[in-house]
Design a protein around this ligand. Structure first.
Ligand code: ZN
Length: 350
Protein backbone atom coordinates (compact mmCIF):
# COMPACT_ATOMS: atom_id res chain seq x y z
CA UNK A 1 0.00 0.00 0.00
CA UNK A 2 2.84 2.37 0.91
CA UNK A 3 4.14 2.45 -2.62
CA UNK A 4 0.72 3.31 -4.01
CA UNK A 5 0.17 6.21 -1.67
CA UNK A 6 2.59 8.60 -3.32
CA UNK A 7 0.59 8.56 -6.53
CA UNK A 8 -2.78 8.62 -4.86
CA UNK A 9 -2.34 11.35 -2.33
CA UNK A 10 -1.97 15.01 -3.20
CA UNK A 11 0.94 17.10 -2.04
CA UNK A 12 -1.01 18.94 0.64
CA UNK A 13 -0.92 15.79 2.78
CA UNK A 14 2.40 14.98 4.36
CA UNK A 15 1.68 12.80 7.38
CA UNK A 16 2.55 9.08 7.37
CA UNK A 17 3.96 9.18 3.85
CA UNK A 18 7.48 8.15 2.99
CA UNK A 19 9.47 10.93 1.36
CA UNK A 20 7.11 13.63 2.54
CA UNK A 21 8.25 15.75 5.36
CA UNK A 22 5.76 17.03 7.90
CA UNK A 23 8.32 19.73 8.69
CA UNK A 24 7.89 21.24 5.22
CA UNK A 25 4.21 21.86 5.87
CA UNK A 26 5.01 23.36 9.27
CA UNK A 27 7.56 25.73 7.73
CA UNK A 28 5.15 26.72 4.99
CA UNK A 29 2.45 27.47 7.54
CA UNK A 30 4.83 29.55 9.65
CA UNK A 31 5.79 31.52 6.58
CA UNK A 32 2.17 32.18 5.68
CA UNK A 33 1.00 33.35 9.11
CA UNK A 34 4.06 35.21 10.35
CA UNK A 35 2.62 38.67 9.54
CA UNK A 36 -0.82 37.91 10.99
CA UNK A 37 -0.36 40.35 13.87
CA UNK A 38 0.08 43.33 11.51
CA UNK A 39 -2.85 45.59 10.76
CA UNK A 40 -2.01 46.20 7.11
CA UNK A 41 -2.63 43.81 4.23
CA UNK A 42 -5.72 41.95 3.03
CA UNK A 43 -8.04 40.11 5.44
CA UNK A 44 -7.05 36.46 5.71
CA UNK A 45 -7.73 33.47 7.91
CA UNK A 46 -6.17 30.19 8.95
CA UNK A 47 -8.70 27.72 10.30
CA UNK A 48 -7.59 24.74 12.32
CA UNK A 49 -10.28 22.23 11.53
CA UNK A 50 -11.32 19.57 13.98
CA UNK A 51 -13.29 16.78 12.39
CA UNK A 52 -15.79 15.03 14.60
CA UNK A 53 -15.43 11.27 14.40
CA UNK A 54 -11.95 11.70 12.97
CA UNK A 55 -9.95 8.46 13.29
CA UNK A 56 -12.74 6.82 15.20
CA UNK A 57 -14.98 5.53 12.50
CA UNK A 58 -14.76 6.39 8.85
CA UNK A 59 -17.48 4.79 6.81
CA UNK A 60 -16.25 2.32 4.27
CA UNK A 61 -18.74 3.80 1.86
CA UNK A 62 -16.56 6.86 1.66
CA UNK A 63 -13.62 4.70 0.70
CA UNK A 64 -15.70 3.66 -2.26
CA UNK A 65 -15.92 7.28 -3.20
CA UNK A 66 -12.23 7.75 -2.59
CA UNK A 67 -10.82 4.67 -4.19
CA UNK A 68 -13.70 2.80 -5.82
CA UNK A 69 -12.52 -0.64 -4.81
CA UNK A 70 -12.50 -1.04 -1.06
CA UNK A 71 -15.15 -3.39 0.32
CA UNK A 72 -18.06 -1.59 1.94
CA UNK A 73 -18.95 -3.87 4.79
CA UNK A 74 -17.62 -2.38 7.99
CA UNK A 75 -16.16 0.73 9.54
CA UNK A 76 -12.59 1.76 9.89
CA UNK A 77 -11.40 2.10 13.45
CA UNK A 78 -8.47 3.70 15.09
CA UNK A 79 -5.86 1.08 15.65
CA UNK A 80 -6.48 -0.89 12.47
CA UNK A 81 -2.97 -1.40 11.09
CA UNK A 82 -3.70 0.33 7.82
CA UNK A 83 -6.17 2.86 9.20
CA UNK A 84 -3.79 5.82 8.93
CA UNK A 85 -3.33 5.15 5.24
CA UNK A 86 -7.01 4.65 4.63
CA UNK A 87 -7.79 7.76 6.61
CA UNK A 88 -5.62 9.94 4.42
CA UNK A 89 -7.28 8.40 1.40
CA UNK A 90 -10.59 9.63 2.83
CA UNK A 91 -9.05 13.06 3.35
CA UNK A 92 -8.14 12.91 -0.31
CA UNK A 93 -11.87 13.29 -0.94
CA UNK A 94 -11.60 16.57 0.89
CA UNK A 95 -8.69 17.59 -1.34
CA UNK A 96 -10.86 16.86 -4.36
CA UNK A 97 -13.71 18.97 -2.98
CA UNK A 98 -11.31 21.83 -2.26
CA UNK A 99 -9.92 21.67 -5.80
CA UNK A 100 -13.49 22.15 -7.01
CA UNK A 101 -14.17 24.89 -4.46
CA UNK A 102 -11.26 27.05 -5.51
CA UNK A 103 -12.62 27.18 -9.05
CA UNK A 104 -15.95 28.56 -7.83
CA UNK A 105 -16.58 32.21 -8.52
CA UNK A 106 -16.10 34.32 -5.45
CA UNK A 107 -13.58 32.04 -3.79
CA UNK A 108 -10.42 33.97 -3.01
CA UNK A 109 -7.12 32.38 -2.07
CA UNK A 110 -5.16 33.24 1.04
CA UNK A 111 -2.40 35.70 0.09
CA UNK A 112 0.68 34.00 -1.40
CA UNK A 113 -1.24 30.76 -1.96
CA UNK A 114 -2.82 31.19 -5.38
CA UNK A 115 0.29 30.46 -7.39
CA UNK A 116 0.98 27.24 -5.51
CA UNK A 117 -2.72 26.36 -5.52
CA UNK A 118 -2.75 25.87 -1.74
CA UNK A 119 -6.06 25.99 0.09
CA UNK A 120 -5.15 23.80 3.06
CA UNK A 121 -2.41 21.82 4.70
CA UNK A 122 -3.05 18.58 6.53
CA UNK A 123 -1.00 17.14 9.31
CA UNK A 124 -1.55 13.86 11.07
CA UNK A 125 -4.58 14.82 13.10
CA UNK A 126 -5.06 18.41 12.07
CA UNK A 127 -5.95 20.27 8.98
CA UNK A 128 -5.36 23.97 8.49
CA UNK A 129 -7.47 25.69 5.88
CA UNK A 130 -6.04 28.90 4.47
CA UNK A 131 -8.43 31.32 2.88
CA UNK A 132 -9.18 34.98 2.32
CA UNK A 133 -11.40 36.33 5.13
CA UNK A 134 -14.47 37.32 3.13
CA UNK A 135 -18.07 36.13 3.18
CA UNK A 136 -18.17 34.48 -0.25
CA UNK A 137 -15.02 32.43 0.33
CA UNK A 138 -16.41 31.29 3.67
CA UNK A 139 -19.72 30.33 2.09
CA UNK A 140 -17.87 28.23 -0.50
CA UNK A 141 -15.83 26.65 2.29
CA UNK A 142 -18.88 25.88 4.37
CA UNK A 143 -20.60 24.17 1.43
CA UNK A 144 -17.43 22.18 0.73
CA UNK A 145 -17.27 20.97 4.33
CA UNK A 146 -20.95 20.10 4.24
CA UNK A 147 -20.59 17.95 1.11
CA UNK A 148 -17.47 16.31 2.52
CA UNK A 149 -19.36 15.61 5.76
CA UNK A 150 -22.25 14.05 3.83
CA UNK A 151 -19.91 11.80 1.90
CA UNK A 152 -17.72 10.66 4.79
CA UNK A 153 -19.55 11.40 8.06
CA UNK A 154 -16.61 13.55 9.11
CA UNK A 155 -18.21 16.76 10.31
CA UNK A 156 -16.68 20.05 11.30
CA UNK A 157 -16.56 20.22 15.08
CA UNK A 158 -17.02 23.95 15.67
CA UNK A 159 -16.33 23.79 19.39
CA UNK A 160 -12.88 22.35 18.88
CA UNK A 161 -11.98 24.16 15.66
CA UNK A 162 -10.00 27.38 15.89
CA UNK A 163 -9.67 30.32 13.60
CA UNK A 164 -6.82 32.82 13.35
CA UNK A 165 -7.35 36.09 11.51
CA UNK A 166 -4.82 38.42 9.95
CA UNK A 167 -5.58 42.06 9.06
CA UNK A 168 -9.31 41.47 9.51
CA UNK A 169 -11.66 44.06 11.05
CA UNK A 170 -13.47 42.87 14.17
CA UNK A 171 -16.93 43.04 12.61
CA UNK A 172 -15.87 40.95 9.60
CA UNK A 173 -14.26 38.36 11.87
CA UNK A 174 -17.56 37.85 13.65
CA UNK A 175 -19.55 37.58 10.43
CA UNK A 176 -17.40 35.02 8.64
CA UNK A 177 -16.92 32.84 11.72
CA UNK A 178 -20.67 32.88 12.37
CA UNK A 179 -21.22 31.92 8.74
CA UNK A 180 -19.01 28.87 9.15
CA UNK A 181 -20.42 27.85 12.52
CA UNK A 182 -24.08 28.14 11.70
CA UNK A 183 -25.60 24.77 12.31
CA UNK A 184 -28.41 23.17 10.46
CA UNK A 185 -31.77 23.79 12.08
CA UNK A 186 -33.03 20.86 14.14
CA UNK A 187 -35.81 19.08 12.30
CA UNK A 188 -39.05 18.25 14.09
CA UNK A 189 -38.88 14.48 13.64
CA UNK A 190 -35.66 13.95 15.59
CA UNK A 191 -37.56 13.91 18.84
CA UNK A 192 -39.85 11.05 18.07
CA UNK A 193 -37.37 9.03 16.06
CA UNK A 194 -35.01 9.26 19.01
CA UNK A 195 -37.66 8.81 21.71
CA UNK A 196 -37.37 6.00 24.20
CA UNK A 197 -40.30 4.23 22.61
CA UNK A 198 -38.46 3.58 19.44
CA UNK A 199 -37.14 0.17 18.65
CA UNK A 200 -33.44 0.79 18.12
CA UNK A 201 -33.11 -1.42 15.06
CA UNK A 202 -36.26 -0.07 13.40
CA UNK A 203 -35.67 3.52 14.42
CA UNK A 204 -32.22 3.46 12.93
CA UNK A 205 -33.44 2.98 9.35
CA UNK A 206 -35.87 5.91 9.77
CA UNK A 207 -33.11 8.00 11.26
CA UNK A 208 -30.88 7.27 8.27
CA UNK A 209 -33.83 7.92 5.94
CA UNK A 210 -34.55 11.35 7.40
CA UNK A 211 -30.89 12.21 7.15
CA UNK A 212 -31.08 11.33 3.45
CA UNK A 213 -28.36 8.71 3.82
CA UNK A 214 -29.96 5.40 2.83
CA UNK A 215 -27.87 3.73 0.15
CA UNK A 216 -30.57 3.82 -2.49
CA UNK A 217 -29.62 3.20 -6.09
CA UNK A 218 -29.58 6.86 -7.13
CA UNK A 219 -26.87 7.46 -4.52
CA UNK A 220 -24.90 4.37 -5.54
CA UNK A 221 -24.97 5.62 -9.14
CA UNK A 222 -23.70 9.01 -8.03
CA UNK A 223 -20.78 7.23 -6.40
CA UNK A 224 -19.96 5.67 -9.75
CA UNK A 225 -21.17 2.16 -8.92
CA UNK A 226 -22.64 0.00 -11.60
CA UNK A 227 -26.20 -0.79 -10.51
CA UNK A 228 -29.58 -1.22 -12.14
CA UNK A 229 -31.29 2.10 -11.24
CA UNK A 230 -34.85 0.72 -11.19
CA UNK A 231 -36.98 0.53 -8.05
CA UNK A 232 -37.76 -3.13 -7.34
CA UNK A 233 -41.41 -2.28 -6.70
CA UNK A 234 -42.40 0.20 -9.40
CA UNK A 235 -39.51 0.26 -11.92
CA UNK A 236 -39.02 4.02 -11.64
CA UNK A 237 -35.61 5.37 -10.64
CA UNK A 238 -35.01 4.27 -7.06
CA UNK A 239 -34.49 7.12 -4.64
CA UNK A 240 -35.44 7.60 -1.01
CA UNK A 241 -38.25 9.88 -2.03
CA UNK A 242 -39.57 7.26 -4.44
CA UNK A 243 -39.16 4.27 -2.19
CA UNK A 244 -40.78 5.76 0.91
CA UNK A 245 -43.09 8.49 -0.19
CA UNK A 246 -44.12 7.86 -3.81
CA UNK A 247 -43.95 4.16 -4.53
CA UNK A 248 -47.24 2.23 -4.54
CA UNK A 249 -45.74 -0.45 -2.29
CA UNK A 250 -45.07 1.96 0.55
CA UNK A 251 -48.41 3.69 -0.09
CA UNK A 252 -50.28 0.39 0.28
CA UNK A 253 -48.52 -0.67 3.48
CA UNK A 254 -48.81 2.77 5.05
CA UNK A 255 -52.48 3.15 4.09
CA UNK A 256 -53.34 -0.17 5.74
CA UNK A 257 -51.43 0.83 8.87
CA UNK A 258 -53.17 4.20 9.06
CA UNK A 259 -56.57 2.64 8.46
CA UNK A 260 -55.96 0.31 11.34
CA UNK A 261 -55.08 3.26 13.53
CA UNK A 262 -58.12 5.19 12.31
CA UNK A 263 -55.89 7.94 10.98
CA UNK A 264 -56.38 7.64 7.26
CA UNK A 265 -58.50 10.52 6.09
CA UNK A 266 -57.38 12.21 2.92
CA UNK A 267 -55.29 11.02 0.07
CA UNK A 268 -52.25 13.21 -0.05
CA UNK A 269 -50.09 14.10 -3.01
CA UNK A 270 -46.62 12.60 -3.00
CA UNK A 271 -44.86 15.77 -1.96
CA UNK A 272 -47.32 16.27 0.90
CA UNK A 273 -46.80 12.77 2.28
CA UNK A 274 -43.33 13.38 3.63
CA UNK A 275 -44.40 16.64 5.25
CA UNK A 276 -47.47 14.97 6.64
CA UNK A 277 -45.44 12.18 8.19
CA UNK A 278 -43.05 14.63 9.78
CA UNK A 279 -45.67 16.93 11.27
CA UNK A 280 -48.57 14.60 12.02
CA UNK A 281 -46.49 12.00 13.79
CA UNK A 282 -45.36 14.41 16.47
CA UNK A 283 -46.92 14.05 19.89
CA UNK A 284 -46.97 11.91 23.01
CA UNK A 285 -50.46 10.44 23.08
CA UNK A 286 -50.87 6.67 22.88
CA UNK A 287 -52.19 6.95 19.36
CA UNK A 288 -49.28 9.14 18.22
CA UNK A 289 -46.77 6.80 19.77
CA UNK A 290 -48.36 3.84 18.01
CA UNK A 291 -48.20 5.77 14.75
CA UNK A 292 -44.55 6.68 15.28
CA UNK A 293 -43.56 3.11 15.96
CA UNK A 294 -45.75 1.91 13.06
CA UNK A 295 -44.01 4.33 10.73
CA UNK A 296 -40.57 3.19 11.82
CA UNK A 297 -41.56 -0.47 11.54
CA UNK A 298 -43.03 0.14 8.08
CA UNK A 299 -39.88 1.90 6.88
CA UNK A 300 -37.78 -0.91 8.32
CA UNK A 301 -39.93 -3.67 6.81
CA UNK A 302 -39.99 -2.02 3.39
CA UNK A 303 -36.23 -1.52 3.41
CA UNK A 304 -35.85 -5.22 4.33
CA UNK A 305 -38.21 -6.25 1.55
CA UNK A 306 -36.41 -4.00 -0.92
CA UNK A 307 -33.07 -5.58 0.05
CA UNK A 308 -34.31 -9.13 -0.28
CA UNK A 309 -35.71 -8.31 -3.73
CA UNK A 310 -32.47 -6.63 -4.80
CA UNK A 311 -30.40 -9.58 -3.64
CA UNK A 312 -32.83 -12.15 -5.05
CA UNK A 313 -33.96 -13.68 -1.75
CA UNK A 314 -37.60 -13.92 -2.77
CA UNK A 315 -40.42 -11.47 -2.24
CA UNK A 316 -43.63 -10.98 -0.31
CA UNK A 317 -46.69 -8.81 -0.95
CA UNK A 318 -47.48 -5.44 0.60
CA UNK A 319 -50.23 -7.11 2.66
CA UNK A 320 -47.77 -9.51 4.23
CA UNK A 321 -45.40 -6.64 4.99
CA UNK A 322 -48.33 -4.86 6.61
CA UNK A 323 -48.98 -7.86 8.89
CA UNK A 324 -45.29 -7.93 9.86
CA UNK A 325 -45.55 -4.26 10.78
CA UNK A 326 -48.66 -4.83 12.91
CA UNK A 327 -46.95 -7.71 14.72
CA UNK A 328 -43.88 -5.57 15.42
CA UNK A 329 -45.97 -2.68 16.72
CA UNK A 330 -47.91 -5.05 19.00
CA UNK A 331 -44.71 -6.55 20.29
CA UNK A 332 -43.36 -3.16 21.12
CA UNK A 333 -46.48 -1.55 22.55
CA UNK A 334 -47.15 -4.49 24.87
CA UNK A 335 -44.02 -3.55 26.84
CA UNK A 336 -45.12 0.05 27.44
CA UNK A 337 -46.13 0.87 30.95
CA UNK A 338 -48.61 3.45 32.21
CA UNK A 339 -50.98 3.08 29.28
CA UNK A 340 -54.58 3.88 30.16
CA UNK A 341 -56.75 0.85 29.46
CA UNK A 342 -59.43 3.03 27.93
CA UNK A 343 -61.84 1.71 25.30
CA UNK A 344 -60.29 3.94 22.68
CA UNK A 345 -56.73 2.81 23.45
CA UNK A 346 -57.72 -0.85 23.46
CA UNK A 347 -59.51 -0.46 20.16
CA UNK A 348 -56.37 1.07 18.62
CA UNK A 349 -54.15 -1.58 20.07
CA UNK A 350 -56.18 -4.68 19.21
ZN1 ZN B 1 -40.84 2.47 -6.49
Amino acid sequence: MKSLMDDLISLSQSAFLLGRNLGDSVLMLQELVHRYHKEDGVPKAAIKIDLEKAYDMVEWESLWVGMRWFPSTRGLRQGDPISSYLFIVVLEIFNGRMRKARKKSGFTFHPNCQQLGITHLSFAYDMIILVSADMTSFQVLKETLRVFGDLTSLKLNCDKSKIYFGSTPQELKKCVWEELRQREVKVPWTKWVCSRYEIARYGFVSWVLFHGKLSTKDRLLRWGMDVDPKCVFCSKMESQENLFFQCHFFARVWRLVLQKLGAYKVSLSCSQKREWCITTLRGRSFKKRLMQVAFMCAVYAIWQERNSRVFGDGQVSADIVYHTVVASVHGRASSWRHIKRSKENLRLYL
